[in-house]
Design a binder for this molecule. Structure first.
Ligand code: SAM
Length: 214
């Protein structure tokens, strides 16, 4: 970002990052506090956010595996493999985005098993349809896991008055899109004020019985 203008693009070690400047500090604090065992990113794009997270994990000496999904392999992104990132090129979602892709059952099952391993998982929805990604994956995460979605503002009013031309110019997911999933899956806001400054919805699953709804 230059002179306060919202560009939506920054750079990390030669990889484009579609995040607001300063995002790395927020994720550093988050990783330091939560020490997740694994991160799932939907929407690798050029891998700038993925590489930022991989570097933070290495610097903090955390034992955290990153798995990042995209429907296409963008140029230069294979460099991330050297950082131990698992890159998977597949569409996990049905064309209608109402359900998982039944033509990719193996990859879908692998993702669900990955998320459901013991320890803390963080799921970051930043792909082609954040609403569907959040709603489907909110039913997969287990107690204590986190789920986030990018390009978020609680409402169009909030977006227009507090976010657009100040913080972030893209609004693809609102409160109305996620209230039912939040309720059904016992999700609670986690550092939401901080994450909303970077257009991220941030939730943690807290459920007495610990049973996933998926
Ligand atoms: C907004 S960009 C991701 C930005 C990236 N996370 C970052 O912070 O730099 C969205 C990406 O989602 C990918 N995408 C679109 N549909 C997808 C899907 N069904 N599953 C996974 N990725 C998808 C696009 O190819 C694109 O690379």
């Amino acid at each position: 970002m230059t002179d306060g203008a919202v560009t939506g693009v920054t750079d990390y070690r030669g990889h484009m990052v579609l995040q607001r400047d300063g995002y790395a500090d927020l994720f550093r604090k988050f990783l330091d506090r939560m020490k997740p065992d694994r991160i799932v990113e939907i929407g690798t794009a050029s891998g700038g956010l993925t590489l930022t997270l991989a570097d933070l994990i290495e610097q903090m000496k955390l034992h955290c595996v990153i798995r990042s999904y995209d429907i296409a392999r963008h140029a230069g992104v294979t460099a991330l493999l050297r950082n131990g990132v698992q890159l998977i090129t597949v569409n996990l979602f049905d064309d209608t985005y109402r359900c998982f892709n039944q033509n990719a059952t193996r990859e879908v099952v692998s993702l669900i098993e990955f998320i459901r391993q013991p320890g803390k998982t963080v799921v970051m929805c930043d792909g082609g349809n954040k609403v569907a990604e959040f709603n489907l994956l909110a039913g997969v995460i287990k107690d204590g896991d986190h789920i986030m979605a990018h390009d978020f503002a609680w409402s169009e009013n909030v977006f227009k008055s507090e976010i657009e031309n100040k913080i972030w110019n893209w609004h693809q997911i609102s409160g109305d899109d996620v209230f039912a999933a939040i309720d059904k899956n016992s999700l609670k806001p986690f550092w939401s004020r901080d994450f909303e400054q970077y257009a991220w919805l941030s939730m943690v699953r807290r459920r007495e019985d610990g049973e996933p709804t998926w």
